[in-house]
Design a protein around this ligand. Structure first.
Ligand SMILES: Nc1nc2c(ncn2[C@@H]2O[C@H](COP(=O)(O)OP(=O)(O)OP(=O)(O)O)[C@@H](O)[C@H]2O)c(=O)[nH]1
Ligand SMILES: [Mg+2]
Length: 301
């Protein structure tokens, strides 16, 4: 970097259909696991910033919930958060799962970008799963739906193509000073990231409706003099029967969720963690303004 080179800084929103790989890419771009990732759709519920320096640019990536046809109040708030992220950003990066192709969700997103007169960067993701010649047809089809300034072919999982993408973004964000300290990786509080780590295990270890009926909150956080941390969290579910499933026979499921979450959290924080999980029934949590506020979502979206 020459001394006279001006710095650049900007927000880059990662948007796309559920499961396109937005959170995986965010983690790859930042070089650290911030966002939770699962094979299930609608894992991410709120905006999360991941911050990286590339050459003389600070890139502020915005992970967003997948954009899909909303039905419940929580869905509406998630999709509203995703669009707010997309339209507030300096650059919109549309991620498409190349193995899955163009579905109704992706088509609707492209159409809305076009209607908003919003050019975007297109990234065909998961190229580790598809033949290269299939990618060109997909790129063509997408180009007919919206206005893309650049097209990249990447794998957020293996990192293939991601450095090229980051280099391009670094030149495309506006000139200006860094908006965050150079060593800051996210805007998220540790309490929130810790709750997400447990929610990831709920998604991975429980099935059907349950992950979508559950939310996790960190209720207490105590730094101990010996350098360890004591964390209390509540997993909220909607019905007593769901509480029984989360606990499992003789408490076996909650024990296994807690063990995995504690190991992950301990690695993330680089210190010993004492994790205490409670399961509570709050049948209306998905209609409770306070729970939305704790997720950073707009109840009235
Ligand atoms: N093979 C392959 N799998 C990927 C790639 N990127 C993501 N995945 C997988 O796709 C699934 C979804 O990834 P996420 O990063 O959670 O996707 P997302 O777009 O954030 O999903 P939502 O938050 O639900 O909208 C996970 O199982 C990932 O491991 C990739 O480049 N290649
Ligand atoms: Mg996600």
């Amino acid at each position: 970097m020459g001394a006279a080179e001006p710095t650049r800084c900007g927000y880059v929103a990662l948007i796309g259909a559920p499961n396109a790989g937005k959170s995986t890419l965010l983690n790859q771009l930042v070089g650290r696991k911030l966002a939770i990732v699962t094979p299930k759709v609608q894992t991410t519920r709120t905006r999360l910033l991941g911050i990286a320096i590339e050459a003389a640019s600070q890139l502020i990536y915005v992970d967003t919930p997948g954009i899909f046809e909303p039905r419940r109040r929580l869905d509406r708030a998630m999709v509203a958060a995703a669009w707010a992220g997309a339209l507030d950003a300096d650059i919109t990066l549309l991620l498409v799962d190349a193995a899955h192709g163009i579905d109704a969700d992706t088509r609707r997103i492209a159409e809305r970008l076009k209607a908003a007169g919003r050019p975007a960067v297109l990234a065909l993701n998961k190229i580790d799963l598809v033949r290269r010649d299939a990618l060109l047809g997909l790129a063509d089809q997408l180009s007919s739906l919206a206005d893309f300034t650049q097209i990249f072919m990447i794998s957020g999982l293996t990192g293939d193509g991601v450095a090229d993408l980051a280099r391009h973004l670094a030149t495309a964000v506006p000139e200006g000073p860094f908006l965050f300290p150079a060593d800051q990786l996210s805007d998220a509080q540790e309490r929130f990231l810790a709750a997400e780590v447990t929610r990831e295990q709920v998604f991975l270890q429980l099935h059907d409706e349950l992950p979508y009926s559950a939310t996790v909150e960190t209720e207490a956080w105590e730094d101990r003099p010996d350098g360890s941390v004591r964390v209390e969290q509540v997993i909220y579910v909607r019905r007593p029967g769901q509480r029984a499933i989360v606990l499992g026979a003789g408490g076996s499921r909650i024990k296994s969720i807690g063990a995995r979450a504690r190991a992950e959290l301990s690695a993330m924080l680089d210190r010993k963690v004492h994790l205490f999980l409670f399961v509570k029934v709050r049948d209306n949590w998905a209609d409770d303004p306070e729970r939305f506020a704790s997720l950073g979502l707009d109840f009235n979206a």
